[in-house]
Design a binder for this molecule. Structure first.
Ligand code: NDP
Ligand code: GDR
Length: 349
């Protein structure tokens, strides 16, 4: 039987790399777009040991012809649109490119699919951020949207345009409304990895303190490899539908800090400081994903719970810094990362 073909935008990111690995294991031919950067950033694909199994196509979300060309060359059965300006914090600093990459680019891709081959199945990486400060304690597919950041507003545009192409052009276009999902491959600016990376460094005497913003916000944190399987399951249905993927549990940032430091036998209160530069212009206080529909219709049921996730991430960061201390060379992001507390973010007046 001919192997299926998948095109992943954002293959260099956390989810893109896990999804590529998952699809290769299923026998897919995997194509991935990457954008030109001054320094190579394929470390996640190297980490998985799959960097030589991908067919790469250069493309940028702002460049329509490059996206069209990627679809024309790869002739995918399934297209996973994971590329985006994905950091909520940066969307306040760069509201316009966030709108371009995270919002309008979705239409660029959908239009290219419509013109080239409307039979391609399309997955849109939607986000729990579109719920914003919801009045509901947990959120499902019926919960009203109230986005609070340029990122969330752009994602909501992406959500609606995906639905519009599904309803209007009868295309297979589906939104996965994913709640936070993390892993040792998470970007260093996101709070989970910021915490586990810093705690590991503190344990080894490489860092003295960890500076954070709001410790009270509640998030539903799951394990990324389980979420990419959910994306695939959404595209295997006969008819396109939108799905919430989350663990149905929420925890505070403070709990994440406590669990991480406790796992390393450290007293977090001695090391963690708060600086208002890390507070969001508009904060989302509580998100918790009710994924009952996914459980029922696509048999998606995340297994990795909060405490286990903290341990996986903390152990991975500790291990990498220990190997680094021994002079080992391996693909990794942390040694080249900037000191975030020296960055002048846009702050609340
Ligand atoms: P990452 O930030 O790890 O990856 C984002 C990817 O998008 C990278 O490959 C990045 O490339 C690429 N990208 C960014 N801008 C452009 C551009 N202008 N042109 C081409 N490519 C670009 O995000 P995640 O893997 O965590 O998330 C994947 C998707 O899922 C994103 O759309 C995110 O918004 C969404 N999402 C994520 C959730 C999560 O908890 N992880 C939850 C809900 C939604 P480069 O490596 O060059 O920067
Ligand atoms: P989020 O993730 O905004 O939920 O978006 P992030 O980890 O950035 O923030 C989670 C919560 O932690 C609070 N926080 C801090 N956040 C960061 N980054 N740095 C800090 O120092 C800090 N201190 C406290 C934040 O205020 C927030 O409440 C992620 C991304 O993956 C999106 O792409 C995705 O759509 C959503 O998850 C679902």
């Amino acid at each position: 039987m001919k192997s299926k073909r998948a095109l992943i935008t954002g293959i260099t990111g956390q989810d893109g790399s896990y999804l590529a690995k998952f699809l290769l294991n299923k026998g897919y031919t995997v194509f991935g777009t990457y954008r030109r950067t001054s320094t190579p950033n394929f470390w996640r694909l190297s980490y998985h040991g799959i960097s030589d199994q991908i067919e790469y196509i250069p493309a940028d979300l702002i460049d329509t012809s490059s996206l069209t060309e990627a679809i024309r060359i790869s002739k995918p059965d399934e297209l996973y649109n994971l590329a985006a300006q994905s950091y909520v914090g940066s969307s306040f600093d760069q509201p316009l490119t966030s709108g371009e990459f995270t919002g309008l680019a979705v239409t660029r891709i959908l239009e290219s699919i419509r013109i080239i081959d409307p039979g391609i199945k399309f997955y849109q990486a939607s986000s729990s951020e579109i719920y914003g400060n919801s009045v509901n304690t947990s959120q499902n597919e019926e919960t009203p949207f109230q986005p609070g950041s340029p990122y969330a507003i752009a994602k909501l545009y992406g959500y609606w345009i995906t639905k519009m192409y599904r309803d209007g052009y009868r295309m297979f276009a589906a939104n996965g409304i994913l709640f936070n999902h993390e892993s040792p491959l998470r970007g260093l600016e996101f709070v989970t990895r910021k915490i586990t990376n810093a705690a590991a460094r503190i344990k080894l005497g490489l860092q003295k303190k960890l500076i954070l913003g709001n410790l009270d916000s509640l998030r539903d944190w799951g394990y990324a490899p389980e979420y990419v399987e959910g994306m695939w399951k959404i595209l295997q249905l006969k008819k396109p539908e939108d799905f919430v993927l989350g663990t149905n549990e929420s925890h505070t940032v403070k709990e994440f800090v406590e669990n991480t430091f406790e796992h390393l036998d450290l007293d977090w209160k001695k090391y963690v400081k708060i600086d208002k530069k890390f507070l969001r212009i508009v904060e989302v206080n509580r998100l918790e994903g009710d994924s009952s529909k996914a459980k029922k219709k696509i048999k998606w049921n995340p297994k990795t719970k909060f405490k286990k996730l903290v341990e996986i991430m903390t152990d991975a960061d500790l291990d990498r810094w220990q190997r680094w201390q021994k002079g080992e060379k391996f693909a990794w992001d942390a040694p080249n990362y900037i000191q975030e507390d020296k960055t002048l973010f846009r702050t609340i007046k």
